[in-house]
Design a protein. Structure first.
Length: 155
C-alpha cells in the first residue's frame, strides 16, 4: 500500500508550539487536528449552543494526487459536549493549498470553549477514485429498488 506523504506548512502567524496532526494510538485511522488561534485570540473562542465557527488550524497542506484529506468529528467532543462538524466529513482536495479551517458547531445545551491547541477534529487520508458519469435511459433492477429513507426497517 502506498503511504501518502503529506507536506505541511504553518501560517506565518501560527503558534509553532501547537502540534502537527498526529495519531494518538498505533491503530488510529485519524490524526488529531488542533485549533491554532492568532494573537490576540489565543484565549480561544466560545461556541454558544446552536452556533458555529470556522476554527483555524494555522496549517496548509499539500496532498498527493489521487488522495483526499477528510476532516471528521471527534467522538468525545460530540458525546460529551455536543460539538461536531457542520459539514462532516469535510473534504480537502489534492489541489487545494489554502488554510485549513474546521467548521465546528455546538449542538449541545451549554456554551463550549475551544481552547488554543485543543484537539478539534481528526483527519483521515483516503484514496480518491474519480468516476465517469453518463446518461442512460434506464437503470438495472435490484431487490431494494427505489426504497430509501427507512425502507429497510428500523432493526
Amino acid at each position: 500500500m502506498q503511504v501518502p506523504d503529506i507536506e505541511v506548512m504553518r501560517e506565518e502567524w501560527a503558534d509553532a508550539e501547537v502540534a502537527l496532526p498526529d495519531y494518538a494510538t498505533a491503530g488510529a485511522a485519524g490524526a488529531d487536528l488542533r485549533a491554532n488561534f492568532a494573537e490576540p485570540d489565543r484565549d480561544g473562542l466560545v461556541l454558544a449552543p446552536g452556533t458555529r465557527a470556522l476554527v483555524p488550524t494555522g496549517l496548509r497542506v499539500a496532498i498527493p494526487d489521487g488522495f483526499e484529506m477528510q476532516i471528521r468529528p471527534r467522538s468525545g467532543l460530540a458525546l460529551k459536549n455536543g460539538v461536531t462538524l457542520a459539514n462532516a466529513p469535510g473534504t480537502i482536495d489534492s489541489d487545494y493549498r489554502g488554510p485549513l479551517g474546521v467548521i465546528l458547531i455546538n449542538l449541545g445545551h451549554e456554551p463550549f470553549t475551544v481552547d488554543h491547541g485543543a484537539r478539534i477534529a481528526q483527519v483521515v487520508v483516503a484514496p480518491v477514485v474519480q468516476a465517469q458519469y453518463r446518461m442512460v435511459e434506464t437503470l438495472n433492477d435490484t431487490a431494494r429498488g427505489a426504497g430509501g429513507f427507512g425502507s429497510t426497517g428500523t432493526r
